[in-house]
Design a protein around this ligand. Structure first.
Ligand code: ADP
Length: 475
């Protein structure tokens, strides 16, 4: 199959969260199965390695309205793996800045432009995909274009699939985006793109894509309900028959303790000894004592409401005061929450370390060196870190929601399970789960047995790629 991705993130060139990892790994896995994959994505100012890029189209006229001087771009190419190529949309005005999602007045045009440019690049080079797989809100109007404005073109027969990586982010943009993309007026209707006086990109994608995927089976059920639907649950319910949940996988080239270059010592399920050394090295790196055997609980996360870390901040002081565990957090986001965690580290310098910022190497060392990994999310479409944690023998402590519920099996109190699972997104739920983790840690045989089961889980992208192909075929 010829498969075109339209995506705002593609690791390692651009990544704000799990989406960048997922598109890169899925593309590689599909290409490895013999399919031809192209990924259209903006050439952000922060993307390195321009000198290695080729040029697919020197000057592409893109079918958008507005200032004609802003309606052209260059399309650069870079091979990712055999069969998988990136098409970078180069447009200084739109993407020259370093951020992926800056708060700008023209955020709608910026999102609409690269999708439309990708489609025009297909037409210009006569590379006509069988399936166009759109990722998240920025690509949401691509299926709409295919069903309307571009129907009479060579792309009119291409099938579209939309992946929802997070329903919270919908892209509510001004009405002028309709004219900018040349969309027909009948789409300006509450049953179509209109939403709260604007154009809702994701809503358009959900309504117009041939098939809709979201990133875990449980999240696929949750988004049918008002509690998780962020106002679009009724729209999702309209497409329930076309909706499938497919778990993301783990990119083992990046996340494998047997080959990881970022960590102090390699280890695996068969040879787990190196993990202790990783813990000691991590504690040293963080300036924490290494002369006792307290469990180390890690967190790597965006600090947003979704992740429930505001709740955890209310629970942790008691555990740290009672010297029951050590805690490390790497993350950034909400300034007030960043400060709250900085304060926690200052209050408990022998038991808590906090690093505000983004640090890929340190994130690997936290996965390798921690005993537990905490994800108290209010909702979690899929989540990657709980899967990385299991691969590194670090037992995830997770709230039973979305992909967390689908990937972690709660400890049964004996020696079965792959982590700790709790139900309630509140301080009581988190405190209960931490107590349970301490109880497990106090039973070395059971702890070891769970660690082994966690490391044996298979979250391969090959499996996820097969599931995606089945959806492409059904589209
Ligand atoms: P989300 O996409 O909602 O942020 P995921 O768990 O799906 O959550 O993916 C998060 C990804 O981003 C993981 O690969 C995680 O390791 C990485 N990540 C998040 N914050 C940081 C950080 N501060 N430093 C390094 N990596 C981070």
């Amino acid at each position: 199959m010829k498969i075109l991705f339209v995506t705002p993130e593609l690791a390692p060139w651009s990544k704000a969260g799990g989406l960048g990892d997922a598109t890169a790994a899925l593309g590689k896995a599909l290409a490895a199965l013999g399919h031809e994959v192209r990924a259209v994505t903006p050439l952000y100012g922060s993307v390195p390695g321009r000198e290695q890029m080729g040029t697919l189209v020197e000057s592409l006229k893109v079918g958008v309205g507005g200032d004609p001087r802003r309606a052209a771009c260059r399309v650069r190419t870079l091979p990712v793996s055999p069969g998988f190529e990136t098409w970078f949309i180069e447009h200084e005005d739109f993407y020259g800045a370093r951020e992926i999602y800056p708060a700008r007045e023209d955020a709608g045009e910026r999102a609409a432009f690269f999708g439309r440019a990708g489609l025009d690049a297909c037409l210009a080079t006569s590379w006509i995909p069988d399936v166009i797989h759109c990722h998240d809100w920025t690509a949401g109007l691509v299926p709409v274009l295919l069903n309307t404005t571009l129907k009479p073109t060579a792309l009119g027969g291409a099938r579209s699939v939309l992946s929802i990586h997070n329903l919270q982010h919908q892209g509510l943009q001004p009405r002028r985006l309709m004219a900018y993309l040349g969309l027909p007026e009948f789409l300006w209707h509450p049953q179509e793109l209109e939403c709260l006086g604007g154009v809702n990109f994701l809503k358009g994608g959900i309504l117009h894509a041939g098939k809709v995927i979201t990133v875990s089976p449980t999240y696929a059920k949750e988004i049918l309900t008002p509690a998780f639907g962020y106002g679009l649950d009724e729209v999702v319910r309209r497409r329930a028959g076309a909706l499938t949940g497919i778990l993301n996988g783990v990119d083992r080239d990046e996340w494998d303790p047997a080959t990881d270059k970022h960590i102090a010592k390699a280890f695996s399920a068969a040879k787990p000894a190196g993990k202790d050394e990783c813990k000691t090295a991590l504690l040293r790196e963080l300036g924490l004592p290494t002369d006792d055997d307290l469990p180390l609980v890690g967190v790597i996360s965006r600090l947003w409401d979704q992740k429930g870390l505001d709740l955890a901040a209310g629970v942790l002081p008691r555990f740290l005061r009672e010297q029951k565990l050590r805690f490390v957090l790497l993350g950034s986001g909400d300034a007030a929450l960043e400060n709250e965690y900085r304060r926690l580290a200052a209050d408990f310098p022998r038991h808590c370390a906090v690093r505000i910022g983004y640090d890929n190497g340190l994130s690997h060392r936290i996965e390798a060196g921690s005993d537990f990994f905490l994800m108290p999310s209010r909702f979690e479409p899929c989540g990657l870190n709980q899967m990385y944690s299991m691969a590194y023998g670090t037992l995830p402590i997770v709230r039973a929601t979305g992909g967390l519920a689908d990937t972690v099996t709660g400890w049964d109190g004996r020696d079965h399970g792959t982590g700790i699972v709790f139900e309630h997104a509140d301080q009581g739920g988190i405190a209960w789960a931490l107590e349970r983790a301490l109880a497990l840690y106090a039973r070395p045989q059971a702890f070891k047995a769970l660690r082994k089961q966690a490391m044996k889980q298979d979250f391969s992208w090959a499996k996820a790629a097969e599931a995606h192909l089945a959806v492409y075929r059904s589209a």
